[in-house]
Design a protein around this ligand. Structure first.
Ligand code: SAM
Ligand code: SF4
Length: 332
């Protein structure tokens, strides 16, 4: 008998909802990382066994079915996607799917200096870079590893390679880096990069648990406005960010406020973890373990279509505000 997929829930739903449109797949290619950001994972993180990770062929086989059923955009994330060897090969394989889908990546930029050109040549469309501080010592405290020079060199390499519409994502932590909002805005503006500020999302499994001082949307906006002399709200797109235009330069600024202002109603994404679990939500929302099915290589389409259909219907109307799975494992 062909392997089937397994449905798992922390709290089973009372019933299935109306099917939601799913057009965006986030793929965690590894849970490993060359940093240990305290808001993302514990210091003594034990990583999955490499043999448990989906191969590139298995990721592409899964993505192919999902693309044939409505996915138009794929984002590679992790963990740190660039610590997975030959990642540009995966990009090229995904860009050969029908469509082709838009393929983007979220990275800490540490390895972009070496890989930006190959990623561009492989067809990677867009990059989001995470950068929380411009201070090397603070970087080391927040990421529990040194690396600011490498990250900055990586951003330059990305721009040189032609990733013009790169965004910089900053998790704003009260009392940790919230005094750098202005400097990070200037850093982005000088390079023509959109700055986006992310509210800290509480997880039970990181250094802060749920007790970190979260800087809410209104306060982030106030501090941005203080620096740029006012913001004009732009129409809400399907993405997670509230977006604004700066009154001074017209440049774009984003704030991702999953806690103050959940965007669940318009969320069009599902996630594939590195070990082959499809999830409907970053927080709790049900998941379908598809690894054995995909690994069997046989007749995977009906099982994956069932999984997609199930996840479309169990996507929560609004998340419960606390994540129980680490960001590096679920592909934040
Ligand atoms: N390693 C890559 C990076 O850092 O860009 C990709 C994976 S990382 C998990 C993806 C994004 O999740 C990063 O922008 C990171 O800052 C964000 N993130 C991780 N933990 C978070 C948390 N507790 N709250 C908000 N954002 C978080
Ligand atoms: Fe690594 Fe990204 Fe998590 Fe930082 S946020 S530890 S860079 S996966």
């Amino acid at each position: 008998m062909a392997p089937t997929s397994t449905i798992r829930h922390a709290t089973p739903p009372e019933g299935l909802g109306a099917p939601r449109e799913i057009s965006y797949l986030r793929v965690s290619v590894t849970d490993r990382c060359n940093l240990r950001c305290a808001y993302c994972m514990p210091e003594d993180q034990v990583f999955f066994d490499r043999s448990d990770l989906l191969t590139f062929e298995e990721i592409v086989a899964t993505a192919r079915v999902l693309v044939e059923h409505g996915v138009r955009k794929i984002r590679l994330t992790g963990g740190e996607p660039l610590v997975r060897r030959d990642l540009s090969k995966l990009v090229a394989m995904l860009k050969r799917l029908p469509g082709p889908p838009q393929v983007a990546m979220t990275t800490n930029a540490m390895l972009l200096g070496r890989q930006a050109g190959a990623l561009r040549d492989a067809g990677l469309d867009r990059l989001n870079v995470s950068l929380d501080t411009l201070d090397p010592e603070r970087f080391e405290r927040m990421a529990r590893r040194p690396g600011l020079p490498e990250a900055l060199a990586g951003i330059d390499a990305a721009l040189t390679a032609g990733f013009g519409r790169t965004k910089i994502n900053t998790v704003v932590m009260g009392g940790v880096n919230d005094d750098e909002i202005g400097d990070l805005l200037d850093f982005g503006a000088e390079r023509g990069i959109e700055s986006r500020f992310i509210e800290f999302m509480p997880l039970t499994s990181n250094q802060y648990g749920i007790d970190a001082e979260r800087v809410p949307l209104a306060e982030i906006r106030r501090r941005v406005e203080e620096h740029v002399g006012g913001l004009v709200a732009r129409p809400r797109g399907s993405g997670p960010a509230e977006t604004y235009s700066r009154r001074d330069t017209g440049g774009k600024v984003g704030i991702i406020a999953a806690i103050s202002l959940p965007f669940c109603e318009t969320c069009n994404r599902i996630r594939l973890t590195a070990t082959g679990v499809l999830r409907s939500c970053l927080f709790e929302g049900g998941e379908v373990v598809i690894r054995d099915l995909v690994r069997s290589g046989k007749g995977i389409e009906p099982g994956l279509v069932d999984a997609l259909d199930y996840l479309r219907r169990v996507k929560p109307p609004v998340h419960d505000g606390v994540g129980h799975v680490q960001m590096n494992q679920v592909g934040g």
